[in-house]
Design a binder for this molecule. Structure first.
Ligand SMILES: CC(C)(COP(=O)(O)OP(=O)(O)OC[C@H]1O[C@@H](n2cnc3c(N)ncnc32)[C@H](O)[C@@H]1OP(=O)(O)O)[C@@H](O)C(=O)NCCC(=O)NCCS
Length: 210
C-alpha cells in the first residue's frame, strides 16, 4: 500500500477549474515565494524554509511512501495557447498523508489556495474532491480527516460543505479535526462530482496529449 503513494509521479488530473500535477522541482521557486507569507504560514501551520530546504522538501515528499502531493494549477491559464510557463499557472497545493500505519484506509487531507486572486472561485473545492476521488479509487481510502486552525473559518466551511463533520477540538493545538467516512452513498456522490475529471500522462511539465 505505502509504495502506491508514488503512483502520481507521472500523471496529471484534468478538472474544470483546476489541473492537479505532481510537485516537481520546477514548482519550488513559486512555492517558496508563497510560503514567505506569514498569513499562509499561520493558516497552514508551517515553518518558513530557505529555498534550499524547500528543494529538499520537494525531493523528500516525492520519495515519501506515506504522502501524495499535487500542485493545483489554474486550468484556464494552464490550457491557454500559446502556453505560458507552468510556474505562472500555479494556484496552490493539495496533499494526502497516510498518518496512521494501523489505519491504512485513513488519509489526512490538506489544501492551500495560495494565490489570493485564485481564492473563492471553487478551486479549493474541486481540488479536494479530485484528491478524495483519487484517494478512494487509487489508494483504497475510506476515511478522510482535515485538521484546521480554529480561526480558519473559510477552510472549515469548505470542508463542511464537502460533507466533513467535526469530530474533535484540540485546545492545545487550537485546531479542529473534521472527518468524512466514505459510505457507499458518499462514494457515489464523490464519483459523480468528479466524473468529468480526466487522467493523463505528465512528463516534464507537459501533458503528452497536447
Ligand atoms: C480555505 C481555502 C482552501 C478555500 O479554497 P477556495 O478555493 O478559496 O474556496 P472555494 O471557492 O472552493 O469555496 C468553497 C467554500 O468555502 C467557504 N469559503 C471560501 N472562502 C471563504 C471566505 N473567505 N469566507 C468564508 N467562507 C469561505 C465557503 O463555504 C465556500 O462555499 P460558497 O462559495 O458556496 O460559500 C483557501 O481559501 C485557502 O487556501 N486559504 C489559505 C490557506 C488555508 O487556510 N488553507 C487550509 C489549511 S487546512
Amino acid at each position: 500500500q505505502a509504495a502506491t503513494m508514488r503512483l502520481n509521479e507521472n500523471i496529471l488530473l484534468l478538472g474544470k477549474k483546476v489541473v492537479l500535477v505532481p510537485y516537481t522541482s520546477e514548482h519550488v521557486p513559486r512555492y517558496h515565494e508563497w510560503m514567505k507569507s506569514e498569513e499562509l504560514q499561520r493558516l497552514t501551520a508551517s515553518e518558513p524554509l530557505t529555498l534550499e530546504q524547500e528543494y529538499s522538501m520537494q525531493q523528500s515528499w516525492r520519495e515519501d511512501a506515506d504522502k501524495c502531493t499535487f500542485i493545483v494549477m489554474d486550468a484556464e491559464k494552464w490550457q491557454a495557447q500559446p502556453r505560458t510557463t507552468e510556474e505562472s499557472c500555479m494556484a496552490g497545493d493539495v496533499n494526502l498523508f497516510l498518518t496512521d500505519p494501523g489505519e491504512p484506509s485513513l488519509g489526512e487531507i490538506e489544501v492551500m489556495i495560495a494565490e489570493p486572486s485564485c481564492r473563492g472561485k471553487g478551486f479549493g473545492t474541486e481540488a479536494v474532491l479530485m484528491m478524495m476521488s483519487y484517494g478512494v479509487t487509487k489508494l483504497g481510502l475510506t476515511k478522510f480527516e482535515a485538521k484546521i486552525g480554529q480561526g480558519n473559518e473559510p477552510s472549515i466551511r469548505m470542508f463542511r460543505k464537502l460533507h466533513f463533520e467535526q469530530v474533535a477540538v484540540s485546545s492545545v493545538f487550537q485546531e479542529v479535526t473534521l472527518r468524512l467516512t466514505v459510505t457507499e452513498h458518499e462514494r457515489q456522490w464523490l464519483l459523480e462530482q468528479t466524473s468529468h475529471v480526466e487522467e493523463k500522462r505528465y512528463r516534464d511539465g507537459l501533458s503528452e496529449s497536447r
